[in-house]
Design a protein. Sequence first.
Length: 247
Amino acid sequence: MDNNMLTAVVTGASRGIGRCTAATLGRAGYRVYLTYANKADEAETAVGEILAAGGKAAAFRLDVADPEAVTHFFQTEIKDKVDLHILVNNAGIIKDSLLARMKDEDFDKVLAVDLQGAFTCLREAAKIMMRRRGGRIVNISSVSGQTGNAGQANYCAAKAGLIGLTKAAAKELGVRGITVNAVAPGFIETDMTLTLPDAVKEQMLKSIPVQRFGNPEDVAEAVLFLVSDKAGYITGQVLAVNGGMYC
């Protein structure tokens, strides 16, 4: 294995935005390490697609909500083994419910994966990137974290927290040559959104000026820009990829 090849870690990359982002980074010449929680077959398929396209990739099972597991992953699979240049914090879950009915465990679980998991991965990646005095970190937030959304108090809180985490980390890590930005997708057609009722989709479409839903490629290309040399003077920012769907 070429240890001089720049490596990108993409969490939650077995499907959807994470999988597309991993493939996009693979085509751009990065070795991609994909993590997944419980869909090993889909993660391995994603790896196979990158390899078939001439890239380099590997998949690792990782529960980002487990801080010890995250630390172990970065210590044993990344540190002193590969040249870590990119971290994309994409792993996330939803457990939607109206506020008055939301269970404590559902609120805590979403924050544990979507926010704390991103923090732990960011912290461990930053330790490695600080030694090499350079790196790119992108957190996948959401328009829901910017505008709020009924029935998603836990998800909105986590995604809004990611924006604050992004800005704080950018201020701390910039002096070490590390940029930290967020991408806030709007309505993106993935497995998580395709199950929504048609009436909900129709209402959402009316609020999008470009009159179409986004796709994972739209988000992946935004990530690719933020990790490129062209974005070297951009940090602490939130790039909205939502077709103009603002609050």
